[in-house]
Design a protein around this ligand. Structure first.
Ligand code: COA
Length: 260
């Protein structure tokens, strides 16, 4: 599959998805949202792919937000549809059932920050900047930034970022829990690969259920989240991988998971 706004390749079970509009700081136009949606549907449907690394082309930006040229011409109805399509992409990534690591290689602003927040975790290069500058444009975040940011960093910090529109540095993102790790730009993709390989060494069904337990569970009252966790725990115990994982531990050898 070839894309106009993305680079996509699969190597050693990892999908590398790169937003490729560096001359526009990888701003997310309509085409990019459409192609990212198609691309992540493919990642979800390809059993051999164990996870994805999402990054931006060039050394300056992960994605500098929605494309403001397109944004400026939207009618209210088109704007609502645009927000819904963007939110659907974020939800697709979050509920993919496989880990998606955002390798944030520069500006992650507006929709770029929202995209990074929809990923399982975020590794930032030391030149990264995270922010939701929408209010500076007379709009509010529309790809669920007002929902995911407070869940990640708490309401007070989220409100400061949303209301001021000011970006935070990679180090500040690390401090407030928006970034999981900060590394040099040259170390960014290797660091993401290391994390994803560690995750991929675990049982695929358990990974899927763990992602679901955390993401869906956080949207429920704690007692319902615990009930969901118990059901998914039960489902794990129906897998061959559970038998293999426990047996391998008892036999003091590495587990050989098959995803069954
Ligand atoms: N949409 C469309 N084009 C964008 C863009 C966006 N969100 N962000 C950057 N670009 C374009 C610029 O218009 C410029 O294009 P040009 O060379 O054809 O004029 C190119 O990318 C380079 O950006 P530039 O502004 O010259 O780089 P800079 O280093 O001076 O500033 C930023 C970098 C990120 C601070 C600045 O580009 C910016 O503020 N971008 C908008 C961020 C934003 O508000 N995002 C939320 C949108 S809802």
């Amino acid at each position: 599959m070839s894309y106009e706004t993305l680079l996509y390749e699969i190597r050693a079970g990892i999908a590398y998805v790169t937003i490729n509009r560096p001359q526009k700081l990888n701003a997310l136009n309509h085409k990019a949202i459409q192609e990212l949606t198609g691309c992540f549907q493919e990642v979800r449907g390809t059993a051999a792919v164990r996870g994805a690394i999402l990054t931006g082309a060039g050394e300056k930006a992960f994605a500098a937000g929605a494309d403001i040229n397109e944004l400026a011409a939207l009618t209210p109805t088109q704007a609502e549809q645009t927000a819904l399509a963007g939110q659907a992409l974020m939800n697709l990534i979050e509920s993919l059932g496989k880990p998606v690591i955002a390798a944030v290689n520069g500006f992650a602003l507006g929709g770029g920050c929202e995209l990074a927040m929809a990923c399982s975790l975020r590794i930032a290069s030391d030149n990264a900047r995270f922010g939701l500058p929408e209010l500076k444009l007379g709009i509010i975040p529309g790809y669920a930034g007002t929902q995911r940011l407070p869940r990640l960093v708490g309401k007070g910090r989220a409100l400061e970022m949303v209301l001021s529109g000011e970006p935070v540095s990679a180090q500040e993102a690390l401090r407030i829990g928006l970034a999981n790790h900060v590394v040099s730009l040259s170390e960014l993709v290797p660091a993401a690969e290391k994390v994803i390989q560690k995750i991929a060494a675990n049982a695929p069904v358990a990974i899927r259920h763990a992602l679901e337990a955390v993401h869906r569970g956080m949207e429920m009252p704690a007692a319902d989240g615990e009930r969901l966790e118990a059901s998914l725990f039960g489902l794990c115990c129906a897998t061959a991988d559970m038998k293999e994982g426990t047996r391998a531990f008892l036999e003091k050898r590495p587990a050989r998971f098959t995803g069954k």
